[in-house]
Every structure is written in C-alpha cells, then in structure tokens.
Design a protein around this ligand. Structure first.
Ligand code: NAD
Ligand code: UD1
Length: 336
C-alpha cells in the first residue's frame, strides 16, 4: 500500500515509516517540521535504503493536502501529526484544538473526496483519565485534565462518527502508552527541544551529564515503591503495531491499546537504565507532579487477539536503545 504518513518526520512517525518500508509498503510523508527536522527523513532512507516522498506541508491546509492526494495514489493514511505537550496545551489551548482537530478533519475530508477508506489514528492512553489500571478499550472515557487529551478524545469521536455514517470507512484508533527508546541503529530517536518533560529523555540527558539530576516526582503513590507506574513501550514495537493495524483494518472504527500490559515504576526504570548501560543516574525524590496519576498500564490483549501484535522488547532494550541514540545524537550535533 502507498501510505500517507502525517508527522512522519517526528519521533513515532519516523520509526513507523521504517517499519512500513521494511514491510513492503511505500511511504509519503507530510510534515511541517514544527517539531522535527528534515534530516530524520534522510535517516529513514539511510536505514531502509528505500525511497520516501516528502512534503513540507501543514496538514491543516486542505488545499495542500488535496494536492498530495491528487498526485500520489494514496491507499491509506496514518495520522501522527499533532502537538503533544500536555503543559503547553494548557497555555495555548486554541493552538492545540486547531492543530490537532482541524488536521484530523482535513485528512478525513480528503479521504472522502479521493475514496481512501483506510485510516490509522494516533491516540493516547491519556483519554482514560484517572480510570483504574489496567485500562481496557471498553472503559468509559473520563474527562482529561488538559486540552491535549481533549483533542485526542474529540478526534476519536469524529473518526468514529464518520465510520458510523460511511460503511466503507475503516479506522483503527491506537491508544499509545509511554513510547520510549529508539531504533537500534541509533540514527533516529526522541530529540525533544529544550528541557524534556518526559521521563526517558530526562534520564538520558542526566546520564550524559547535560542535566544535573533527575527529579522523581512522588514517592507516596499506592504503588510497589511509591513512585509512579507506567507502561513503557519500545518505539519500534509501537511502530510495528501500526503495520499490524494497517494490515488488519476492518470496516468501522476499532480501538486498540498499544502497550506491553506491564507496569514499571519510575525507580525501576532508573535502575534498569543503570544496569543496561553500566552508568549511574543521579536522582532525588521530590513532590508529586500536578496532574499525574499513580498507575497507567494497558490491558493489551485486544491488539494481540485481533491484530496478532504484541510488544517484544523489554525495558532493558528500551534503556539501551534510548542511551545509544542520546550518545549518537549529541555526537552528530557536535560534529555539525
Ligand atoms: P513528534 O512531535 O515527534 O511528531 C509529531 C510530528 O508532527 C512532528 O514531526 C511535527 O513536526 C508534525 N506536525 C505537528 N503538527 C503538524 C501539522 N499541522 N502539519 C504537519 N505536521 C505537523 O511527536 P510523537 O511523539 O512522534 O507523536 C506522534 C503522535 O502520537 C502525536 O499525535 C502524539 O499526540 C501521539 N502520541 C504521542 C505519545 C508520546 O508519548 N510520544 C503518546 C501518545 C500519543
Ligand atoms: C505524559 C502525558 C501523556 C502523554 C505522555 C507522552 C500527562 C498527565 N500525561 O504521560 O498524555 O501521552 O506524557 O508525551 O502529562 N517523571 C519523573 N521525573 C521526570 C519526568 C517524569 O519522575 O522528570 C515521572 C512522572 O511523574 C510519571 C512518569 O515519570 O510518573 C512518566 O512521566 P512522563 O514521561 O512525563 O509521561 P506521562 O506523565 O505518563
């Protein structure tokens, strides 16, 4: 299939492009590079030795998106493009609602116009709010505490309604847990701008000495060691989950958790990182971070049953590959 991958230059999108190309699909990337660099497209080509078509466009621009559909024989869409910083979404909600929701509608409209019925959407476990883990796809969604989460819940509803009204439309809604790690080549990975908000990039930057000390947010959660528990998933497993979702699309809207089904605490992750890489990570325990929940992990059985997909890489592989990318990425930057 010829797949339009929006946000394909970004963290999860770039790994998914590699997985798609390796599975024999071809890829057209549409990305406005607001949170990524053009070089990641070159790296996708380096890794796979395959061709990639790239458009630097904003996918909220209906005309530009229509031009892509018109000239590229698109068979399906994987829609990653979006803004994802929870804290920022509270500060600039309109930008988040506009970017994340309008992009979904523009793409759905182009699909209708050009007869494309295969759609895969990047959602997030954040839509479960503070339901009790493990999270199951059939749970009622609780309001999230931030505009980012609301954009995901609304996009899910829009796509589900389209599938209800149009019996030809197939959409897979993928709720990701906590993607971490990098491609084993060390060429692509997560490179956030500025000081990272998320745990793994913070850990790798402390290990590297770029940041001083990790702050572990909270030690009094009702978890095995008091720190927060998350379902960390290797980004390459997540990427392979998209190929499985695409290959198993069914008419209608279908929701899948993409996680390992296993919770790991923040302190366990730090220990695994130290063991996997033989390097110490300095940390201190501080107050809880506002808005965090104690435990977030998937019931991942539906994806296994219906897509034949399970995550294969363990927490040590996640830590090893994240560290390899961090070292390599900094080296590349220093060389320039
Ligand atoms: P990312 O920021 O690395 O990638 C997103 C890409 O989309 C970037 O390359 C950015 O330049 C592009 N983009 C944003 N708005 C665009 C627009 N209007 N037009 C064209 N391109 C645009 O983020 P990621 O971690 O790869 O996340 C991909 C998707 O997965 C996002 O929708 C995100 O909300 C979702 N998600 C991510 C996580 C996570 O932990 N990383 C968790 C759950 C869901
Ligand atoms: C957050 C978002 C989620 C988003 C995901 C990936 C919230 C409530 N959720 O998930 O919507 O999909 O990021 O972008 O914001 N931690 C530390 N020290 C740090 C950083 C994190 O102890 O410096 C802890 C957190 O308290 C948490 C765990 O590590 O317990 C994971 O945090 P993080 O990586 O930010 O992801 P989430 O909060 O799970």
């Amino acid at each position: 299939m010829n797949i339009l991958v929006t946000g394909g230059a970004g963290y999860i999108g770039s790994h998914t492009c590699v997985a798609l190309l390796e599975a024999g699909h071809s890829v057209v990337i549409a990305d406005n590079l607001c949170n990524s660099k053009r070089e990641s497209v070159e790296k996708i080509i380096d890794i796979t030795k395959k061709e990639v078509t790239f458009f630097e466009v904003d996918v909220t621009d209906q005309e530009a998106v229509d031009v892509i559909f018109n000239h590229n024989n698109i068979d399906g869409v994987i829609h990653f493009a979006g803004m994802k910083a929870v804290g920022e979404s509270v500060e600039i909600p309109l930008t988040y609602y506009y970017n994340n929701i309008v992009s979904t509608m523009v793409l759905a409209k182009a699909c209708q116009k050009y007869g494309v019925n295969s759609f895969v959407f990047s959602s997030s476990a954040t839509v479960y709010g503070d339901n009790a883990a493990p999270f199951v796809e059939t749970m009622n969604l609780l309001p999230t505490t931030n505009p980012y989460g609301e954009t995901k819940a609304m996009s899910e509803r829009i796509l589900s309604d389209i599938a209800k009204a149009d019996s030809e439309f197939s959409v897979s809604i993928l709720r990701y847990f906590n993607p971490v790690g990098a491609h084993e080549s060390g060429l692509i990975g997560e490179a956030p701008n500025g000081i990272p908000n998320n745990l793994m990039p913070y850990v790798t930057q402390v290990a590297k000495g770029t940041l001083n000390k990790l702050r572990v947010f909270g030690s009094d959660y009702p978890t095995l060691d008091g720190s927060g528990v998350r379902d960390f998933i290797h980004v390459v497993d997540l990427a392979e989950g998209h190929v499985a979702a695409l290959d198993n699309l069914k008419k209608g809207a279908h929701i899948y958790n993409l996680g390992t089904g296993q919770g790991t605490s923040v302190l366990e992750l730090v220990k695994a990182f130290e063991e996997a890489n033989g390097i110490e990570v300095h940390y201190e325990i501080v107050e809880r971070r506002p808005g965090d929940i104690a435990s977030c992990y998937a019931d991942a059985s539906k994806a296994e049953r219906e897509l034949g997909w399970t995550a294969k890489r363990d927490i040590f592989a996640m830590c090893r590959d994240a560290w390899k990318f961090e070292k390599n990425y900094k080296d590349l930057v220093e060389i320039k």
